[in-house]
Design a protein around this ligand. Sequence first.
Ligand SMILES: CSC[C@H]1O[C@@H](n2cnc3c(O)ncnc32)[C@H](O)[C@@H]1O
Ligand SMILES: [Zn+2]
Length: 449
Amino acid sequence: MPSTAPREVDLLIEARWVLPMSEGLPTLENHAVAMHEGRLLGPWPNAEAHRHVRPRRVLRLERHALLPGLINAHNHAGMSLMRGFADDLPLMTWLHEHIWPAEAAHVNPDFVAAGTRLACAEMLRGGTTTFADMYLAPEAVAEVVTHVGMRVQLCTPLIDFPTPWAADFVTGLAKTESLLERYRGHPRISLALGPHAPYTVSDDSLGRLRDARQRLALPIQMHVHETADEVEQGLAKDGKRPLTRLFDAGLLGPDFQAVHMTQVDDEDLAILRETDTRVVHCPQSNLKLASGFCPVARLLEAGITVALGTDGAASNNDLDMFDEIKCAALLAKGASGNAAALPAMAALAMATREGAKALGMGARIGQLRQGFEADVIAVDLERLNTLPVHHPASAVVYAMQSQQVSHVWIGGQPQLVDGEFQTLDIEAVIAATQRYQDAMATTRKQGKQ
Ligand SMILES: CSC[C@H]1O[C@@H](n2cnc3c(O)ncnc32)[C@H](O)[C@@H]1O
Ligand SMILES: [Zn+2]
């Protein structure tokens, strides 16, 4: 029983279930959380909440579970305009013969803004509130995200060859510094360095990256060990595996996010563990490009932090994190031959608490916990495909569809209410997408890419 009078708050949400996703905390039944000035209070049992808070508004969600907003730890949002553009190909053919020529032909800030708006709409509809983005024209992504109200880690695209964003690696670093100046202290936008992959970044550039990381105090996100070919070619060229090369370059650590990691031998595992490097698992992209399987169960057993990402819609082909969570759980079991590998709660944690930790935001988001940012989603579990609800986490991970997300708040701001978007003009998003679909089709017919 609190000794002080109940404090006034913006909103109280009373729910059938709350999955706080805090380590060791179980699913709570008939519990409530409150939001005030963008922060969370609670959770408390529904019957006790009014002893703690005097809400201006109360929302009763009697069929719903509340969860922290999902965290998509690896995306190329602008690539949503390339969904279905080049399917059923292995990574290098996909990149060299289709995606990179299309990027050279089409990508500019307007393309990236339109693709990012489409991506944000899809992510919000599916309960994602934070994403890490590595794509060309990050300034355009920042502007869209500022308007839409999502949270983003912008990984600036650093690569040794010219792109529509920067002529070379050094120019990319200089542009990163300008972006940092502009967005330093922004409540929802943070920056990271986004070197593309070991096979597109030279030793000289790795040295520049290490200096920039130290000077700017930014995390790094990079595609690493996406395929067995990448590792073999690294061994042939450098005499060591790419992860070892990054370790020798002094780059690994808790602020390094290694995306994919489908190839992990015992030495790689020891390096990841000893440096506390974070791994971002992208199971559907890895399956679709036949890149390999990230050994998630083995990584988690070794105490490595593993987040979950969709990768871009051009290799997934959607940005549905609930689908990704289910896929991760099933794949971990199938690949290890152990049905107990990656249980529902652990899979959900990868997309919430652990995702936040991997992005260096673990003290602010990823849990429904007093003082955390009010990034909250509600999912309606009273549907044919999720009833009966013996275990809410099981319903959410193994049976639910992302269309069951009914409400989304980010920093206390409503983004989706009863399935209706609050900040995005969906008609305009669809119209812009259609214009780029037509433009890309015309260029393709002309044989220009
Ligand atoms: C430097 S901006 C990002 C760059 O990465 C390309 N990309 C998208 N998906 C993948 C992937 O799975 N592996 C490697 N590279 C990828 C994208 O087309 C951009 O050019
Ligand atoms: Zn990627």
